[in-house]
Structure formats: structure tokens, C-alpha cells
Design a protein around this ligand. Structure first.
Ligand SMILES: [Mg+2]
Length: 190
């Protein structure tokens, strides 16, 4: 059984670093737990829209952002439990290809038991998942999670910024503990 995992917002917590950069550049304090939109361009922080958009493009293209980001709460233990239950784990990310070396180094540094990482454009993860033959996927992007429901069990990890988005075909996970509980059960009855 193969499980496809999104990286940002699922394994890797970019929130604190992005918030620190917003504070540095615009002098605006904003805590990630108050972000209510998956698309950060839609955050209303009172900074000029074009400058903010440019800043976000620059920020998310910078390998250093990813290298220094912490692992999301509960990930390390959960991934090892999934492996012990027999799941094989692969990463499916919309990070651009130039971030592949920083991404691999980050995975290795944190000892995450992920076999391989696939980089693909936003909105195309389901094609990659189908090709790989994933049985389950975990995402934090509600749009992508709905598309991934075409391929297998699609789980949306609950985050403050995706809570307001309705999902119809994907199912929500409250936490990584919840993920382990559900996926291990799935495996048991497969
Ligand atoms: Mg994500």
C-alpha cells in the first residue's frame, strides 16, 4: 500500500518562517494560526497587494525557507508508525524542481522515512498519484485534495487556513494521530 504525502503544511511547517519574513519586510506581526486562507495572497495584512504578491513569489522560491523550516507537529512518530504498519511513503509536492536538492536535504536531516519525492505543478498531483498507484494521499490544499479523491482515499489535514473550505470528496483528518489511526485501520482491513 502506497501513501502520497504533500510536503508544505503537511510534513513541513513553513508558517513561522514566512511570518518572520513578513514581519521583517513589512513590519506587520501576523501569526500563522490566524491565517484563514490557503492562498496567502488573500491574507488581509494591510500591505500593498502587488508588493506582497511579489514578496511571496520571492519567499517561496528561496531554498533557505525550506531548509530551515521545522517538521509539522506529530509527523516523525506518525510516519514511522505508518511504515511499521506496512505503508510505503512517497512525497508529492508542487514545489518547483529547483527546490529538489533543498527538499532532499531537509528530508534526510529529519530522518523522514520517505522513499522518493515527486515535484509536479499545482493541480496535477492526482495525475502523479495515479501513475504511482497510491491508495491514499494526505494534503492541506482543499482543491488538490478534492482532485486526489479521483485516485484513492484522499485526506485533508485540518489546518486553520483550510477549515472554511468545503470538501465533498476528500475527508478531513484532525491531526497526524488521527491519520495514523485511520490509515492503520485501512491497512488492517485492506
Ligand atoms: Mg501543502
Amino acid at each position: 500500500m502506497l501513501c502520497g504525502l504533500d510536503l508544505d503544511g503537511v510534513l513541513c511547517d513553513l508558517g513561522p518562517s514566512v511570518a518572520a519574513r513578513i514581519a521583517d519586510r513589512f513590519g506587520v506581526a501576523s501569526h500563522p494560526s490566524t491565517w484563514r486562507s490557503y492562498d496567502l495572497r488573500l491574507l488581509r495584512l494591510g500591505v500593498p497587494e502587488d508588493k506582497f504578491s511579489e514578496f511571496l513569489d520571492e519567499t517561496f522560491a528561496d531554498p533557505d525557507l525550506y531548509g530551515t523550516a521545522p517538521v509539522c507537529d506529530g509527523v516523525v512518530g506518525a510516519l514511522h508508525q505508518l511504515r511499521r504498519a506496512g505503508w510505503r511513503l512517497v512525497g508529492i509536492t508542487a514545489r518547483p524542481a529547483h527546490l529538489a536538492p533543498a527538499t532532499r536535504a531537509w528530508m534526510a536531516r529529519h530522518g523522514l522515512p520517505i522513499e522518493e519525492i515527486h515535484h509536479t505543478a499545482v493541480g496535477t498531483k492526482s495525475a502523479v498519484a495515479r501513475q504511482l498507484g497510491t491508495h491514499a494521499t494526505i494534503e492541506d490544499n482543499p482543491t488538490e485534495a478534492e482532485l486526489l479523491a479521483d485516485v484513492g482515499d484522499s485526506w485533508l489535514l485540518d489546518r486553520p487556513y483550510n477549515r472554511a473550505s468545503p470538501v465533498v470528496r476528500a475527508r478531513r483528518l484532525s491531526s497526524w494521530d488521527d491519520a495514523v489511526g485511520r490509515l492503520c485501520q485501512l491497512r488492517l482491513f485492506a
